[in-house]
Design a protein around this ligand. Structure first.
Ligand code: SF4
Length: 316
């Protein structure tokens, strides 16, 4: 396992540690707010509600902390992104071993709440079975992302992979996650340039190539739209046209959240209310014709789904 200081300077390492990231090599885990909430308050995340994953058993991780080829204005992470992935990198199995080990370290403080949480639930949390490969950075930049997904599946994890869609050639050839998310914040190229601040000249072409290839990828697919008031909550017809190209199973229209480092770039007025998110989703859906299947007010998210009925992940 490489040492994180081989990739990041001490200032960056100190900043991540201040935010309770556990870094190892070019990877990291961080206890998700909703994992804590599911453990301590029995309030899980909207993905447990929509898709049936267990928030208290979720490993929020990344094999590419700080490596990304976009600088999205709404990103809650610090935008000290490195676009080139290092030549020396860690193997999938050692990354997962270390991620689980660090997750247990992050959970160690919950032992004192055993009465409240219950031994069984605490033990389950120590043995995660869902991996959210979405913590930070662009995971498809990690050259062994396919092996990482395979290794998680071998260990009976479900996997959510969140990608910015900049690498269609990678998505086409990897072992696919249980659910693949493509982030889509722009109805057209000019908004894309403003809101995603891409580092790749042909980024819009790449994103459209990914959307066009999505119907060929045999797994559950979701388009996630982060709605930023005053920036991208319009052109609903154009959004719908891009979504139709991708034919996803799900469309999540989710409010931008005024948290983390995004507060240095945006203001609280850019965070739409749940009602505004819902109205925006309904306008997109007028063109799309999906089902408005679910919503979560605490997370300000609305779910549009291609099919009606049970949308939960079927566990092997
Ligand atoms: S699926 Fe996402 S929001 Fe839910 S617990 Fe995991 S990291 Fe958190």
């Amino acid at each position: 396992m490489h040492n994180a200081s081989e990739y990041f300077n001490s200032e960056l390492l100190a900043m991540f540690r201040r935010q309770q990231y556990k870094l190892f090599g070019h990877s990291a885990v961080k206890l998700c707010h909703w994992t804590k909430s599911a453990l301590y308050r029995n309030k899980p995340c909207y993905k447990q509600q929509f898709y049936g994953i267990q928030s208290h058993r979720c490993l929020q991780m990344t094999p590419a902390i700080s490596f990304c080829d976009q600088n999205c204005v709404f990103c809650w992470r610090p935008l000290t992104t490195l676009s080139k992935f290092p030549k020396q990198f860690d193997e999938p199995a050692e990354i997962i071993d270390e991620a689980i080990k660090q997750q247990r370290v992050l959970l160690s403080g919950y032992g004192e709440f055993k009465e409240k949480i219950g031994e069984k639930k605490l033990e389950e949390a120590r043995n995660p079975n869902q991996a959210a490969i979405s913590l930070s950075g662009e995971p498809t930049l990690y050259p062994k992302i396919s092996g990482l997904i395979e290794e998680f599946h071998k260990r009976k994890f479900t996997t959510f992979l969140v990608s910015n869609g900049m690498h269609p050639e990678v998505l086409e050839k990897i072992s696919l996650p249980t659910q693949l998310y493509i982030s889509l914040e722009s109805p057209n190229e000019s908004v894309h340039k403003k809101i995603n601040a891409p580092l790749l000249k042909d980024s819009w072409k790449r994103l459209n190539k990914t959307l066009g290839r999505l119907p060929l990828l045999k797994t559950r697919k979701a388009i996630r739209i982060t709605a930023v008031k005053g920036l991208n909550m319009s052109n609903e017809g154009d959004f719908a046209a891009l979504i139709e190209k991708a034919q996803p199973d799900f469309v999540e229209v989710k409010s931008y959240m005024f948290v983390g480092y995004s507060r240095q770039r945006l203001n609280i007025g850019n965070m739409p209310s749940h009602e505004e998110v819902r109205a925006f989703a309904e306008k997109i859906n007028k063109h799309l014709g999906y089902h408005l299947s679910d919503e979560s007010k605490p997370s300000r998210v609305v779910l549009l789904s291609r099919k009606k009925g049970n949308l939960k992940i079927k566990k092997d």
